[in-house]
Design a binder for this molecule. Sequence first.
Ligand code: SAM
Ligand code: SF4
Length: 474
Amino acid sequence: MKQDSTLGTGLENFIDDTVIRSEMEKAENPDPGLVRDILAKGLERKGLTPFEAAVLLKNTNKELDEEIFQTAMTIKKGIYGNRLVLFAPLYISNECVNQCAYCGFKATNKDLERRTLTPEAIHEEVTVLEDQGHKRLLLVYGEHPKYNAEWIAQTVRDVYSVTSAKSGEIRRVNINCAPLDVEGFKTLHEVGIGTYQCFQETYHVPTYEKVHMAGRKTDYLWRLHAMHRAQEAGIDDVGMGALFGLYDTTYEVLGLLHHALQLERDWGVGPHTISFPRLEPALGSDMSYNPPYPTTDHEFKKIVAVLRIAVPYTGLILTTRETAEFRAELLQMGVSQISAGSRTYPGAYSDPEYDRPGVQQFCVGDSRSLDEVIRSIAGEHDYVPSWCTACYRLGRTGEHFMELAKTGFIQNFCLPNGILTFKEYLMDYASEETKKAGEALIAREIEGYADLKQKKVLTDRLTRIEAGERDLYL
Ligand code: SAM
Ligand code: SF4
């Protein structure tokens, strides 16, 4: 293993501060005509340049902001329809040697109770999640030399090995862990992870250096090239993100877009997903209570809308850091994946006393159960919750997925597959109330099918699920 200080040495910083600053400067006080031209281009679903995204973000005209939101909604509806992918985070370890000023897991936080799940504890946690109906998990880890790539890979195997008494098994494990070297990523690829997720936190180097005070994470370039190394190791679904609140909002969005463009240039495919966590209060972190660049709800909504327009085929992930009401609004703006029923410390799902500030990473804004979230999104907002993992299991990942996504594939395959997984959920896990709301939504969906052949395929499979078959997909 190389020394901390040399990990990223020699790597190119493709996030050019001068370019971003000039794009931001040129975008100041944009002409309404330019904003509307950019929105018209956005509707073609070919994405936007970072400069064009900056223009939308810099617009302060309220009426035009509404047009930005409307455009994002139109794009979201056209590409993703009303399907919404659901997952839960599973914290495996909160032990960490890094010193991130914003995080409750930082090494110097002596008030935090440290926990790392044993294989038995993983089994227990996964059983609880499976019995709630989860099929897709995001495993989350602090960074510690005790826990290397092989150890992480073993935790993935442990998760995949758990089958609960109902129809339960986890069908896709995504990972959010510190950047590894190529060999390490190969080890993760071999155990069949879905997406490798890693957030740059901030693309602004001086801020990055200020908030990452010790440990490997101090190395900006090592982290910046994590997605490249993951791709080199064969992981072609990668998820990037920025932690909003650390630095200027527009700068961070442009950082994300330049990062995405670089991946496209070098690997032929951009990120599978983008996350945009907003800084939440965390034990032992003063900064998390007083973010240096607080992001207002309006700004946050704009981040989601502008990303939807700028990278139309990239999944946008929203977590339970945000409140239930705000999440409902953001769904319309372009979010395509949400976490639900989340708990943010190791062992939380099997802990009867789960609200523990002394162990959790940060406070969640939406503490509803999975069943409550589903009842609300299906019953009140007409979204089809999906646990579909067909693409990943059929090798439709990376570039293949992006190509398919551009041809209406999401509406023709992802939506019916989502309905099939939703039916399974209703049969096996839902409360009576949720079942009622869910069945009504499925009936409305089938009713609306114009393609009679596809309608027949779907209704046949729904009947087979009712008769007891599981895991059917197109
Ligand atoms: N340790 C790994 C890392 O740093 O990449 C992965 C796990 S870390 C717990 C996952 C993410 O949580 C971080 O990338 C950061 O964006 C986010 N995070 C940390 N502190 C937070 C806070 N106070 N509020 C919201 N998100 C936070
Ligand atoms: Fe550790 Fe990650 Fe938290 Fe930083 S963000 S302290 S690396 S868990």
